[in-house]
Design a binder for this molecule. Structure first.
Ligand code: AMP
Ligand code: GLY
Length: 425
């Protein structure tokens, strides 16, 4: 097969990890990113397109002989970028707009789950504020309030009391999450450890990837506000996810893809299942229509696959489980964030020690919020700045190596959690 030129959309640590893995493929030709970050620009050129514009992305890809468009984040998928790229005759990795509603609408995802008969939290959805408030009062205890649409990971309020729940309902209907909050889903509160399972699919065949566990809260001990994720490890050990749990989670992913197909929707790309491992087995918290961030940063380094071949196979319906295999090792990734994140933070701080960290055995530093200054120095440019990732033959070693590398890197305001993966030890 000839080499293919690739356009990758996105700018986070997830996209840096995807780009690094794509670049390893013998099938990878020229690599372009839009918009990219400081680390990605060391491997690829910038494509001058707005990643959220289906027409712009498809036209640029056609004009530049792109043979594969890979969509990292959810917003372009929900906006229909994959539809436009495929309509232009170009292979695309990522679901079309209808399938991306698995992430774009929590109500839609719940209905698919009900039809497929997969376990998830009981729920009711509301467009009427009074009815929603009345329901929350009737529950009169813990519940979870979710804005229906995309809210950049912020539209979920885990409420311990009626007052907190009513506050969440008010936030949604008062427009704190924009149009995403005009429909509100109220869910039963589930308890247990969380586990992410990413799966590749071409709409028929589902290939589950390794399990991983994110750490969503900002501070040690799962304290503080929710963030995009402060660190992650893979795989999740048996004492947290049993073989039975894993089989159930895999079955759930298969059932959902099959249900969508029965509904006339081909889901191709990565389906991300977020699970709560409850006393009654795994239950779905949410689906995302893309790779997880930071889950990707620990899953891809452990995976043996030609990512270009696999992504093309997802697009053209020829995915096969033999295309993916795994190392028996362990990965831990610690996020270095800017002071103040997930609230307001400063940018433009000079980052030192990247080369020293990258020279350590088994360490890869994926860039998230970084940019290159004109002289090539790397500067901070976001809340989550770097994902310091270690792969080693034991979990304890991977964790120790990741933290040792975190000490080698510095920038003003550097903050990180010191307990990533402590639960797995
Ligand atoms: P989501 O974006 O739906 O995954 O929600 C973000 C986070 O909120 C999840 O990772 C959980 O920690 C929490 N969460 C969501 N739904 C529930 C639920 N039904 N019960 C308990 N926690 C939840
Ligand atoms: N790590 C959570 C997410 O990607 O949504």
């Amino acid at each position: 097969m000839d080499k293919v030129d690739i356009l990758l959309l996105g700018a986070g640590g997830r996209e840096h990890a995807l780009l690094a893995k794509l670049a390893e493929s013998p099938l990878a030709g020229k690599l372009y990113v839009a918009p990219g970050n400081g680390g990605m620009l060391q491997l690829a050129s910038v494509a001058p397109v707005n990643q959220d514009s289906p027409a712009e992305v498809a036209a640029w890809a056609a004009d530049n002989n792109i043979g594969l468009v890979v969509v990292g984040p959810e917003a372009p998928l929900v906006a229909g970028v994959a539809d436009a790229v495929r309509a232009a005759g170009i292979p695309c990795f990522g679901p079309n707009a209808k399938a991306a509603r698995m992430e774009g609408s929590k109500e839609f995802a719940k209905q698919v789950m009900m039809r497929a008969g997969v376990p998830t939290a009981a729920y009711q959805s509301f467009t009427d504020r009074d009815a929603c408030e009345a329901y929350v009062r009737e529950i009169n205890g813990p519940c979870v309030i979710k804005a229906d649409g995309l809210a950049a990971g912020k539209g979920v309020i885990v409420a311990q009391s009626v007052d907190e729940a009513l506050g969440g309902v008010a936030q949604c209907f008062d427009g704190a999450f924009g149009a995403a909050g005009s429909t509100v889903v109220v869910e039963e509160m589930l308890e247990g450890p969380e586990c992410s399972l990413l799966a590749l699919t071409d709409g028929t065949t589902v290939v589950p990837l390794a399990t991983s566990q994110d750490h969503k809260r900002a501070y040690d001990g799962d304290k503080g506000p929710n963030t995009g994720g402060m660190g992650v490890y893979s795989p999740v050990p048996e004492h947290l996810v049993s073989a039975d749990d894993l089989a159930t989670m895999t079955e759930i992913m298969n059932k959902v893809v099959a249900q969508l197909k029965a509904d006339g929707i081909t889901y191709s790309g990565c389906l991300y299942g977020g699970f709560m491992l409850t006393a009654n087995g795994p239950k779905v918290l949410e689906f995302n229509a893309r790779f997880g961030d930071p889950e990707t940063q620990v899953v891809l380094p452990r995976m043996h696959a030609d990512l270009v071949e696999v992504f093309l196979a997802c697009d053209n319906g020829t995915l096969d489980s033999s295309m993916v295999s795994w190392d028996n090792d362990f990965a831990v990734s610690v996020v270095l964030a800017s002071a103040g994140y997930p609230g307001a933070y400063e940018s433009g701080k000079r980052i030192t020690g990247l080369d020293k960290a990258a020279a350590c055995e088994g360490i890869t530093v994926y860039h998230a919020g970084t940019k290159l200054a004109e002289d090539g120095t790397v500067l901070t440019a976001g809340g989550r700045v770097l994902d310091v990732t270690a792969v080693a033959s034991s979990f304890a070693q991977a964790r120790a190596n990741a933290y040792a590398a975190c000490e080698l890197i510095d920038f003003e305001g550097k903050q990180f959690r010191s307990d990533i993966g402590a639960r797995a030890l």
